[in-house]
Design a protein around this ligand. Sequence first.
Ligand SMILES: [Cu+2]
Length: 136
Amino acid sequence: MKSFAVAAALTLTAGAALADDHAMPMVKAMDQSVSNGVVSAEAVMAESNGWLVVHRTDAEMKPGPVVGHAPLRAGETMDVAAILTEEVASGDMLMLMVHGEEGGMETGVFEYTLGAKEDGPIRLDGNLVMTTITVE
Ligand SMILES: [Cu+2]
């Protein structure tokens, strides 16, 4: 019985490691107040180092002007905080999107502006990796 339990634990560990390796890029964030000047994401999964980019958006769900960004590591980053570069009002919608470091001139410098190729959004099966929130 004891050896069975150990084997089961090892299998679980191996399974978790495998899941990490193949984790899908994603952004997890909830509706929130931004009265502290920061937009927070609970967790972000990225395939490579890059950026969490905060766009304005609305009911049409198109990414608008960038109002914040924060660095991401490859893999999972918990509790990502992007400082807002302009005021965002209660009721406004924001889109939190995973961007990469591709196409830019400098590594570690955020070079994206709306529509630019530098540090642009990553895509998963052709889709942007993002979530939208409403500011409380
Ligand atoms: Cu974006």
